[in-house]
Design a protein around this ligand. Structure first.
Ligand SMILES: Nc1ncnc2c1ncn2[C@@H]1O[C@H](COP(=O)(O)OP(=O)(O)OP(=O)(O)O)[C@@H](O)[C@H]1O
Ligand SMILES: [Mg+2]
Length: 501
């Protein structure tokens, strides 16, 4: 299977900015360099053309044929040169510049030659080169001719005398080319050095400029790691004031983040307040219900036992009132306890003898469920936990009640206590039908109960395990469950009381 190519990692802002600056500078450098070299070359050629013009006039004077342009060179009336006009006579003339090239056509024959730059000797041109030059005789202005080989480019000027002799004089462009190349090299080197320096400075400046953004990011990251989903949260982290100046881009991000954090903080506070209010309401309501419930129970019991003759229906109704008020009292007590645990109200912190507690709880369970088989496994040494005795008793009671209520008669329940390191471990194991699959995720939540128990009308409310979880958590312990049909084990871990306490 062909491997999918990973998308290329995006460029960082720093990289992009630095590369853009460097690229722009490189473009500018190249443009300036190219324009400079072209201008320099043009002006050097202009200078060469001036030299060439004077060389032409001198040559005319040497040949004595004049050029009739009205200046002092060559405008000599009559012919002062009595030999045959040849290239050699031009090259050998006085004050001719080195590297001069000459071609003379006197109507019948062509003579050519040039002075060697180094030795000063007069050399001949090859026939190809002569041909190249001969092609230029119709040009009136100075032109550039590439003669190839060692000679390279020449600037040449053609002149025709009054007597009809055509002569051509040239000067080498090698000096121009060398100077232009040198300038190009210097510009290139300076530009490269400049690019490196600019890249370093740009990277530094960009990093400096992005530092506030890093601080903003750090704040956002810290806030993102806070557990905001429950309880009292203090969202104090803010972007430092220095990074919230709305006149800068990063400052605007920082300020926006701070405003958002303010909002979130307010929202969390509002949520916390409303949660507290609900909890307070449940606690108050449960508390207030206790007294009227006790009265209902008391009066119904009193009426039932008053000895007066009551119709059987009324006796039955009173019985129902009594039992329902007992159930409701239990429910109200549970709700009150949960509300108080939610409030985080301090529990007692006393050493509690778990051994004794289990003995009592199992014997109560045995009385309540004589059809079940109850087993208790205790360690040789008594184990004490630190905590609130009545609450811990309730934990065990709830677990034993579940093992009794949610299993069939005849089921076996094993209650065991062990010490593992500095933790006391209580397990309640039964061989009943197991916890319904649908409850797996919400078992310890309030009002989570299996359908079967509701239909059985056992008075199940689904608060038992919620209380177990809340009490154990308040003791810094842990409760876990492990259930399959035929084997359900609740495991409660509590910190053991050490001698120092
Ligand atoms: N040992 C167990 N075996 C099988 N199912 C259980 C066992 N313990 C709990 N359950 C299931 O978990 C549900 C929740 O238990 P929980 O103790 O919280 O509520 P409850 O027993 O239904 O009501 P309450 O304890 O408030 O009277 C139960 O309804 C039952 O379906
Ligand atoms: Mg229960």
């Amino acid at each position: 299977m062909p491997r999918r190519r990973q998308p290329r990692a995006p460029w960082t802002l720093q990289r992009r900015l630095v590369l853009t600056v460097v690229a722009l500078l490189a473009l500018v450098s190249i443009t300036i360099g190219a324009v400079s070299v072209v201008i320099l070359r043009a002006s050097l050629i202009d200078r060469l053309d001036v030299q060439l013009a004077s060389a032409v006039e001198r040559s005319g004077a040497v040949l004595g044929i004049g050029d009739n342009d009205g200046d002092r060179f060559g405008d000599i009336p009559g012919n002062t040169f009595f030999g045959t006009p040849t290239a050699d006579s031009i090259l050998g003339g006085p004050a001719q510049p080195p590297g001069l090239l000459a071609l003379v056509y006197d109507g019948s024959s062509i003579t050519t030659g040039y002075t060697d730059d180094q030795s000063g000797a007069i050399e001949q041109l090859s026939s190809d080169q002569v041909q190249l030059l001969a092609d230029q005789v119709n040009q009136s202005a100075a032109v550039t001719v590439n003669l190839g080989g060692e000679l390279g480019e020449y600037r040449v000027q053609v002149q025709t005398s009054r007597t009809g002799i055509v002569y051509l004089v040239g000067l080498p462009l090698s000096g121009v080319a060398a100077t232009a190349a040198q300038l190009a090299l210097i510009i290139t080197l300076v530009s490269l050095a400049g690019l490196v320096v600019v890249a370093i400075i740009a990277a530094w400046v960009v990093r400096l400029a992005l530092r506030p953004l890093q601080r903003v990011t750090a704040t956002a990251t810290r806030v993102a790691q806070l557990p905001l989903d429950r309880g009292e949260v203090s969202l104090d982290d803010r972007v430092p004031t220095g990074d919230t100046d709305p006149r800068t881009e990063v400052g605007r991000v920082g300020a926006a983040l701070n405003r958002m954090l303010d909002h979130v903080d307010l929202a969390l506070e509002a949520r916390q307040a409303s949660e507290r209010k609900v909890r307070q309401f449940v606690a108050d309501a449960s508390h207030e219900l206790r007294t009227p419930l006790a009265s209902i129970r008391g009066y119904s019991e009193l009426t039932r036992r008053s000895g007066q003759q009551l119709p059987p229906d009324a006796i039955h109704a009173l019985g129902r009132i009594e039992s329902e008020s007992v159930r409701m009292t239990g429910l109200v007590e549970d709700l009150l306890l949960l509300a108080r645990l939610d409030e985080g109200r301090e529990l007692e912190r006393q050493p509690v003898d778990l051994t004794m507690l289990l003995v009592d709880a199992v014997s109560d369970a045995h009385a309540a469920g004589p059809d079940h088989v109850w087993n208790l496994e205790l360690p040789d040494e008594p184990i004490e936990a630190i905590g609130d005795e009545p609450r811990l008793r309730q934990v065990v009671t709830n677990l034993l009640a579940n093992a009794r209520v949610h299993t069939d008669a005849g089921s076996e329940v094993v209650v065991a206590l062990t010490a593992v390191g500095d933790r006391a471990v209580i397990t309640v194991t039964d061989n009943g039908p197991g916890i319904p699959e649908s409850l797996a995720d919400t078992l310890f939540e309030r009002f989570a109960r299996g359908d079967s128990s509701r239909f059985r009308g056992t008075g199940s409310t689904g608060l038992g395990l919620a209380i177990v979880a809340a009490v154990v958590a308040a003791h810094h312990g842990e409760v876990t469950v492990d259930s399959e049909p035929g084997h359900t084990r609740f495991r409660v871990e509590l910190p053991i009381a050490t001698d120092q306490v």
